[in-house]
Design a protein around this ligand. Structure first.
Ligand SMILES: [Zn+2]
Length: 419
């Protein structure tokens, strides 16, 4: 394909466009300042990267090649509305040079066009990690206490999720219970970035007893094993499964049935729930999205792999809200009820796959005791030591009162008064 020719046409049309849309242009800040023009594109809901690129004057064949190149490394189909793209054009010739999909303030995917070839580059800015300790006593709910200390929602959820695997807060939490968490925040040029991680959680109460957990992390940031664990390697997974809908009414169960469309006897591989188009669909438990795309007769589908290896499936969706590789929690909205694929009307088809076989979701219980074993356990022990060192290096004054002797408590109170 002769791109030069297309680019020449683009050139002409861009030159004509330049006068009318100069307010949309801004020059790149770095050394490319003199040579490149940057155009920022935010894809509105209902539009696509394709039509937005057409809107800035790239030709159809070139756009097809460009998107194909980008989709080798980025799941283009599930890019959310309003995502930012930066297109760099040569200032003098208006030749296409580079496109950058800005996934977050620190992560971007770049595709350069050079000598008729596309080159992909994953760019992640180095962030500064800051460790913060938050501790205190309960006077209302734990969430409230954490919130009052400025702990963001995502971390409060992680803390609640981890601790609720061991503590029944409704029954066991009491005024005066002690908690301590360690969070690792990411900063870029003194701006706090998303992606704060809970490293350590400790809770101690008369009725709740003592619970202590540490983060385990693999180099693959998408590993299903990443999460909070007790020191013995048992995952702190809340065993409560969320239902995929707020209100469930089963219209068709798992098992053999006469298919409503084909009229043939066929295994119905999941449960159908009655629901209106657009009803939010939730992930039933924590996991990683392993599919967020069209899947034949299932239509628009989402599949989530959970830490115990099981995959939950949400099919015939009208809309998909997650992307491939994204990690979700129990209750994360994965999409909306629809009737895409082989379907007679809006409903949710919900399936569960275990060892590559569909099983009856109604018989399924999350095997909550995911354990770290062998090499993973060895790696976890090392990570625990690192976290303990971080804890020791942090200033603290509210030690667990249940762990202190009367004398220690007396000393602490007095040293506080002196300060
Ligand atoms: Zn179904």
């Amino acid at each position: 394909m002769n791109f030069k020719k297309y680019i020449n046409i683009v050139l002409l049309s861009l030159l004509l466009l330049l006068g009318s849309c100069s307010d949309k242009e801004s020059t790149a800040k770095d050394k490319e300042q003199e040579e490149l023009i940057k155009k920022e594109i935010r894809i509105p809901a209902g539009s696509s990267l394709y039509s937005e690129l057409e809107g800035i004057g790239l030709t159809v064949p070139f756009i097809v090649e460009l998107i194909t190149a980008l989709s080798n490394d980025v799941d283009v189909a599930s890019i959310k509305p309003n995502s930012l793209f930066e297109v760099y054009l040569e200032a003098n010739t208006n030749e296409f040079k580079k496109i950058s999909y800005v996934e977050s303030p620190i992560v971007s995917h770049q595709v350069r066009y050079e000598h008729g070839e596309f080159h992909y580059e994953f760019v992640e800015l180095e962030t500064e990690k800051r460790v913060r300790i938050i501790e205190g006593f309960l006077y209302g709910t734990l969430s409230q206490a954490l919130s009052d200390k400025g702990v963001e929602l995502a971390i409060r959820n992680q803390v609640n999720h981890a601790l609720s695997s061991k503590i029944n807060f409704n029954r066991q939490a009491q005024k005066g219970d002690y908690f301590k968490i360690i969070a690792e925040e990411q900063y870029y040029l003194n701006d706090k970035m998303p992606g704060t991680k809970l490293l350590y959680v400790y809770y101690s109460g008369k009725a709740a007893g003592k619970v202590e957990g540490y983060r385990y992390q693999e180099t693959d940031s998408k590993s299903a094993y990443n999460g909070m664990y007790l020191e013995n390697g048992t995952a702190m997974l809340s065993s409560a499964l969320r239902l995929p809908l707020d209100r469930v009414q089963i219209t068709s169960r798992f098992g053999y049935r006469i298919h409503p469309i084909s009229r043939r006897k066929k295994l119905h591989t999941g449960i159908d729930y009655r629901a209106k188009r657009g009803t939010p669909v939730y992930a039933i438990a924590q996991g990683i999205v392993v599919r967020a795309s069209w899947n034949g007769g299932f239509g628009k589908s989402v599949e989530v792999r959970h830490p115990d290896g099981i995959i939950s499936q949400y099919a015939h969706l009208d809309r998909i809200n997650v992307r491939h590789g994204q990690s979700v929690k129990a209750g994360t909205i994965v999409g909306a009820v629809g009737s895409t694929g082989y379907s007679t009307g809006p409903h949710l088809h919900f399936g569960i796959r275990q060892n590559n076989k569909w099983v009856n979701p109604q018989n399924y219980k999350m095997t909550s005791a995911t354990k770290l074993e062998k090499a993973r356990m060895q790696a976890f022990k090392k990570q625990i030591e690192e976290i303990k060192q971080k804890i020791d290096s942090l200033p603290t004054d509210d030690s667990d009162p249940l762990e202190m002797t009367t004398l220690e408590r007396y000393r602490r109170e007095n040293s506080k008064k002196r300060n």
